[in-house]
Structure formats: structure tokens, C-alpha cells
Design a protein around this ligand. Structure first.
Ligand code: C2E
Ligand code: MG
Ligand code: MG
Ligand code: MG
Length: 284
């Protein structure tokens, strides 16, 4: 890299920073119109029970097709958070996910749980749980049909406001999952104070689990502790049979990852779930 020598030289570093800044500003402008232009959609990534290989749930993952180009949520979600657009986008996601949940239930997927990612700002809004309740009523789905995913820091950075919302959601009967568990600085003992139902072990612990003994030890003890604390546990990012076998050996409850399925667009998800749907319609 070119280091700045005199005041008249622009370093590559400055150019990179400048370009990244311009890119973010451009994305922010385009993201503002993304909802109106119908450029957003939700993909669904199936989640599987390890015990019997059955379909348990699906995580809703946001996709943005901006002028023909797919932009990764890893890039645009932080922009949405910085600009505050995450509130409108997050609400769109929540409503869309509830609508899709109702549709899956009509198709016979009555036990499927749809997991929805909630950003900290969205979660900590004072009327968040009221909005969730309103959407459950509007789309006539039981609270048990959805699960909200938050990260450790959502609670840790805002303990007082966070616990209020957690308790309201618990009251509603909505299940809470801690996403990317292990990447923050909280402990299970700390989290145990809060009404959460599930841990999602971050993919970074799974990626090299076949060869990395440290990762094996961490994941095994997370599974054991979760079990002792009566929390359900799911491993993210399972890509191989060997990783699946190891998690089964560790008594993990569920997995999500490319091995089972990539995130799927609506028609593909419908096709994927065909064998899981109730063959005969229920009569009352
Ligand atoms: P996340 O919630 O941890 O979602 C899991 C990510 O891992 C997804 O990336 C998924 O496509 C990817 N993944 C799943 N299985 C595998 C695998 O086997 N191998 C590999 N390499 N990757 C796998 P995606 O869809 O790009 O989303 C990235 C992040 O963006 C999410 O991480 C989440 O934090 C955020 N995000 C996505 N959709 C939403 C949303 O609707 N609202 C909010 N607030 N955040 C979202
Ligand atoms: Mg997630
Ligand atoms: Mg995750
Ligand atoms: Mg993750």
C-alpha cells in the first residue's frame, strides 16, 4: 500500500475508504426505494430435526435485487441499521414472514416454525411486541408458528429495555432464539436469566469442526449446557455429512445449512416441503 509521504499524496488507503463510503451512500439511497420498487423478497432456509430428519422450521432471509444485481444482506443490513431504514425494512420482513407463515399453514405445514431475524433497533422499539401481536391476529397464526432471532448484543447492550420486550413476547407465546451464539461475549449463565428458548450455534464453530479439536470441545459443551438449561440448540452452517454426524453425536436438536438446503425462493421452498405436508386435509 502507498503510504502518505507528503501532504500532496493521496494514499490507496484514502481511496479505498472513499470508495467504500461512496458505495454505502449509494446503497442507502437505493435502499430507500427498495420496498416501493418491490426489490425485496424473503427466501426460506429449511431447518431439520437431527433425531428423525424431519422438517422443523425455516429461517426467513432477506434478499435485495437492486437493478438486476443481488446485494448481500451482510452488506446492506448494516447500511439499513446506520440509516434507520432498518425499521421500515424490518417491519416489511415481519409482515411478509407472517403472511408466508399463514400461506404455509394453509398448505398443510401446520407445525412449521418460521424464524425471523430482528435487528436491535427494531426489537427495542417500545411498540414492537404490540406490532407482533397485531400481525399474528391479522394473519391468524398462532404465536408458536413464529420464532424471533436476536443476537446476544441486542440484550447485553440494552438489558433494561431488552428484558421488557423479551417478557412481553414470552407472554404472547412467541419463541426467542439467540442467533450467532458464541460470537458475542455473553455466557449461557448470563443468558439464562432471560426468557429465551433456543441457541443457534454460529457457523464459525462448525466450519472446521471435523479437524479442529477446540471447536469440537466448544460445540459439545454448548450442546450439553443448553440441554441442562432446557434450551433447544441448533447448529448453523452444516455443509457436510461428517459435520452432521458429529452434531448428532453431540445430541444437538436441529441443523440448518447447505447440506440440507440452501435458502430457497418461495416456489422452490413450496416444492421442497411437498413431502412434509399433511397428505389428507384435516376435517373438524
Ligand atoms: P444469519 O441470521 O446468521 O443467517 C444465516 C446466514 O448463513 C445466511 O446468510 C445463510 O444464507 C447463511 N448460511 C446458511 N447455511 C449456510 C451454509 O451451510 N454455509 C454457508 N457458507 N452459509 C450458510 P445471508 O442470507 O447472507 O444473511 C446474512 C445475515 O444477514 C444473517 O445472518 C442476518 O444477520 C442478516 N439478515 C438476513 N436477513 C435479515 C432480515 O430479514 N432482517 C435482519 N435484521 N437481518 C437479516
Ligand atoms: Mg438468523
Ligand atoms: Mg445466524
Ligand atoms: Mg451466523
Amino acid at each position: 500500500q502507498a503510504l502518505r509521504k507528503g501532504g500532496d499524496t493521496i494514499s490507496y488507503f484514502d481511496i479505498d475508504v472513499g470508495q467504500a463510503h461512496a458505495r454505502r451512500a449509494d446503497l442507502a439511497l437505493k435502499l430507500e426505494q427498495a420496498i416501493d420498487k418491490q426489490q425485496l423478497s424473503l427466501y426460506m432456509q429449511p431447518q431439520m430435526a437431527i433425531s428423525d430428519g424431519s422438517l422443523k422450521g425455516a429461517e426467513a432471509l432477506l434478499r435485495w435485487q437492486c437493478d438486476g444485481e443481488f446485494i448481500s444482506p451482510a452488506e446492506f443490513i448494516p447500511v439499513a441499521e446506520q440509516t434507520g431504514l432498518i425499521l421500515a425494512i424490518g417491519d416489511w420482513v415481519l409482515e411478509q414472514a407472517c403472511m408466508m407463515t399463514a400461506e404455509y399453514r394453509r398448505l398443510g405445514l401446520v407445525d412449521l416454525v418460521v424464524a425471523i431475524n430482528i435487528s436491535p433497533r427494531q426489537f427495542l422499539q417500545s411498540d414492537f411486541s404490540a406490532r407482533v401481536e397485531q400481525l399474528l391476529n391479522q394473519y391468524q397464526i398462532p404465536a408458536s408458528a413464529i420464532e424471533l432471532e436476536i443476537t446476544e448484543s441486542t440484550i447485553m447492550d440494552n438489558e433494561h429495555a431488552g428484558i421488557l420486550v423479551l417478557n412481553q413476547l414470552k407472554e404472547l407465546g412467541v419463541s426467542l432464539a439467540i442467533d450467532d451464539f458464541g460470537t458475542g461475549y455473553s455466557s449461557l449463565a448470563y443468558l439464562k436469566q432471560f426468557p429465551v428458548n433456543k441457541l443457534k450455534i454460529d457457523r464459525s464453530f462448525i466450519r472446521n469442526i471435523e479437524h479442529n479439536l477446540d471447536d469440537q470441545a466448544i460445540v459439545l459443551s454448548l450442546c450439553q449446557m443448553a440441554r441442562n438449561l432446557k434450551l433447544s440448540v441448533l447448529a448453523e452452517g452444516i455443509e457436510t455429512q461428517a459435520q452432521l454426524d458429529m452434531l448428532a453425536q453431540f445430541d444437538c436438536d436441529a441443523i440448518q445449512g447447505f447440506w440440507y438446503s440452501r435458502p430457497l425462493a418461495h416456489p422452490d421452498f413450496i416444492r421442497f416441503t411437498e413431502p412434509s405436508r399433511i397428505a389428507e386435509p384435516l376435517h373438524d
